[in-house]
Design a protein around this ligand. Structure first.
Ligand SMILES: *[C@@H]1O[C@H](CO)[C@@H](O)[C@H](O)[C@H]1NC(C)=O
Ligand SMILES: *[C@@H]1O[C@H](CO)[C@@H](O)[C@H](O)[C@H]1NC(C)=O
Ligand SMILES: *[C@@H]1O[C@H](CO)[C@@H](O)[C@H](O)[C@H]1NC(C)=O
Length: 306
């Protein structure tokens, strides 16, 4: 630090103008989700007076192209941007300590990205005015989902799958078989640790039982278990599918029956309307009321012509 200062003073004396140097001790930081991040930033300025000091922190998210302002302070008056209200703490008296660090608590997954610390101390506006810290958010794997695929009974390829929705860095998966006394035993089969699938090609009787998948990364692990037995697998799934299909078929049949009866009723109504609105031509007017009587008494009560 001293040598930098000396060099800067030297440069200043040489008449190359005012200079400021901003440094971050840690360019990369791993922060666990929910915890605090201390974003350290210090500066060296050739200008003695620091009352007009400007500190600005910007954030560029992994998914955004536009930097967002996190914190801005001028002459000791600080402004905390909305997303950081209540969880950002600037260092006390940066002007006297040359410390422009900030602390952000309750870090979220969306807080991962690049944080830039920018310091200006007029007339010190040239030199290395900014430095960047890349923040990586670590998250424990969420409880994974375990499932069985394939036909267990016929002894064909059986796949056990395991997946955690959350977790950073991406969790890796391991399968073990739980013994009677719940001790973990290695599994017979091939496991892809990145995908979480366990492939069992030739399943023999002794491989049935409880299987456990563990999803783990640098910050933690979570497990799920699945029971591998004769009833499970695609046989059970097929049963469920057939059940659902039968149910759907029943509904279709009911709907068809209902529409059919409705059509029948409609046809009857139309027939009636036609009969009422178009009396048969000719002088025989007595026909009309007879039709009406018949129509309104469809159960066939004997009606006498009027
Ligand atoms: C941050 O974590 C990654 C893996 O998650 C690791 O490779 C790296 O060394 C860590 N960096 C620091 C500064 O701890
Ligand atoms: C700067 O301030 C932070 C607290 O805000 C402190 O943790 C850090 O040690 C300080 N850095 C230096 C170099 O004094
Ligand atoms: C499966 O394993 C059994 C006994 O473990 C063996 O007899 C049989 O040949 C194997 N089948 C195949 C296709 O490898």
């Amino acid at each position: 630090m001293y040598s930098t200062l000396k060099m800067l003073l030297l440069l200043g004396m040489m008449g190359s103008g005012h200079l400021i140097t901003v440094t971050v001790p840690q360019k990369f930081e791993n922060v666990t989700k929910g915890e605090s991040a201390l974003l350290q930033c210090t500066f060296v300025t050739t200008e003695q007076k620091t009352s007009d000091l400007i500190i600005q922190w910007n954030f560029l998210s992994k998914t955004s192209m536009v930097p967002q302002q996190v914190y801005y302070s001028q002459s000791g008056e600080g402004v905390i941007s909305k997303p950081y209200e209540g969880r950002l703490k600037p260092s006390s008296s940066p002007a006297s300590t040359n410390n422009a660090s900030i602390t952000i608590s309750n870090m979220k997954v969306s807080d991962a990205g690049a944080y830039t610390c920018e310091v200006r101390n007029f007339p010190d506006v040239s030199g290395k005015t900014e430095a960047t810290i890349i923040v990586n958010i670590l998250e424990m794997p969420s409880v994974p989902f375990c499932a069985v695929h394939g036909d267990v009974e016929s002894g064909h390829l059986v796949t056990l799958t395991c997946h955690s929705e959350q977790g950073s860095p991406t969790p890796s998966y391991t399968w073990t078989r739980l013994d009677q006394d719940k001790t973990n035993k290695p599994v017979l089969g091939y496991t892809d640790p990145n995908i979480g699938s366990l492939y069992i090609r030739n399943i023999s009787q002794f491989e049935f039982g409880e299987y456990q998948c563990s999803a783990s990364n640098d910050v933690g692990s979570a497990t799920c278990t699945v029971e591998l037995n004769h009833e499970l697998g695609d046989g059970a799934i097929a049963g469920a599918v057939i059940g659902a299909l039968l149910g759907a078929l029943l509904i279709i049949l009911i709907v068809l029956y209902m529409t059919h009866s409705m059509k029948k009723q409609k046809y009857k109504d139309i027939k009636e309307t036609e009969m009422h609105s178009s009396p048969p031509p000719g002088p025989n007017l007595r026909v009309r009321p007879r039709w009406r009587m018949k129509a309104s008494l469809p159960w066939g009560v004997a009606t006498r012509p009027l």
